[in-house]
Design a protein around this ligand. Structure first.
Ligand code: ADP
Ligand code: MG
Length: 332
């Protein structure tokens, strides 16, 4: 898969918006560190860098009310935003929650939703500070999250040829849950990865300290998100298929349906694991320290190359194109 072509789908739309608004400028007290195009925006004020991100969850697009319980949906709404703060190596501070609700979701459903969101907020030391509430035919959830850090946030654009690529946890667990729900076989699979993703905040902060060059969270699948990091960095990569950590639920689902487990695991989104690029010595240190200190596994899955192309290398050294898909709202 070549990376030096114009962006398509959702990325092309975002680029279109960015072009149309033109150069961003901020008041004198701030320095704009990162605008449109990374996991969060970043604004420096004095010694501190503020991180700012927003993510929407839409009924019928991201969730169905007959599939997900309201408490899990509340957890997930905040967790997906926390994941973007994790991807910069920052610390979350406070959230705004904007909701559109149909009448049937304004009582017990809403209480359970807020309880789930509050549980996630407590777990990661975030406060709910405001938002907006409206009536609509379907549920719309839009969380905006503020984070903070001292020093430079970890952009998508810093990966260099020779860097190792690492991922946290395992991939495909959320997609396995989604496929089980779509097939009406939810009892066959653990739905926790799909319903309650874990933002990798500690890992993100440590990876930055230990010398990562680029980082992002995997929200649309490795197959969609790795090319975004590589494009931002102007590089390419080889990923070793045998080293990709496939979530047990994904392995189980793929096996039961005659699918390639690695292709299945990287093609879908919502794992919210971190993708980290780092020079080999820093990466080795991360592999030694981070799992021991955080309890989160970390796997070396490939290397950054200078050529702007991305390959999936099989155990027999055969190279396949990485054009597997991944999630994009504006592509078939
Ligand atoms: P993520 O998956 O990390 O949440 P997205 O792919 O949603 O990131 O967005 C990529 C970048 O584009 C981010 O910097 C985001 O803030 C920006 N972005 C997305 N949608 C818009 C929009 N409608 N207007 C301005 N910026 C946007
Ligand atoms: Mg992200």
């Amino acid at each position: 898969m070549r990376l030096d072509m114009p962006a398509e789908g959702e990325s092309a739309l975002i680029e279109r918006i960015a072009r149309r608004v033109g150069q961003a400028s901020v008041p004198d007290a701030f320095r704009l560190v990162l605008g449109i195009g990374d996991d969060t925006a970043a604004l420096q004020i004095g010694e501190q860098t503020l991180l700012w991100t927003a993510d929407m969850l839409l009924e019928g697009v991201h969730f169905r009310l007959d599939w997900i319980d309201p408490a899990s949906l509340g957890w997930k709404s905040l967790a997906v935003n926390l994941s973007d703060i994790a991807a910069m190596g920052g610390t979350p501070v406070g959230a705004l929650l904007s909701l559109a609700l149909p009448a049937e979701c304004t009582g017990a459903w809403l209480d359970a939703f807020v309880d789930g969101l509050a549980e996630c907020a407590r777990a990661y030391g975030v406060a709910l500070l405001g938002g907006d509430t409206n009536r609509a035919e379907q549920v719309v959830i839009d969380v905006s999250l503020l984070g903070v850090m001292a020093g430079r946030p970890m952009p998508r654009s810093g990966a260099r040829p020779g860097d190792w690529l690492l991922v946290t946890g395992a991939l495909g667990g959320s997609r396995a849950g989604l496929h089980a729900l779509m097939a009406g076989e939810a009892s066959a699979i653990d739905l926790t990865p799909h319903f309650r993703p874990i933002p990798r905040l500690q890992v993100g902060a440590r990876a930055r300290e230990l010398g990562a060059t680029a980082m992002m969270d995997i929200s649309d699948g490795l197959a969609a998100d790795l090319p975004k990091l590589l494009r931002a960095s102007g590089v390419g990569a080889v990923v070793y298929a045998a080293q990709v950590p496939v979530h047990p639920a994904a392995a189980h689902w793929a096996q039961a349906h005659g699918l390639d487990p690695v292709a299945f695991a990287i093609a879908g989104g919502e794992d919210y694991e971190l993708l980290i690029a780092a020079p080999p010595s820093a990466a080795q240190q991360m592999l030694e320290c981070i799992p021991a200190k955080t309890g989160v596994s970390l796997t070396h899955i490939g290397e950054v190359i200078a050529a702007q192309e991305v390959w999936l290398q099989r155990a027999d050294s055969r190279r396949e194109s990485f054009a597997i898909g991944g999630w994009d709202h504006f592509r078939a």
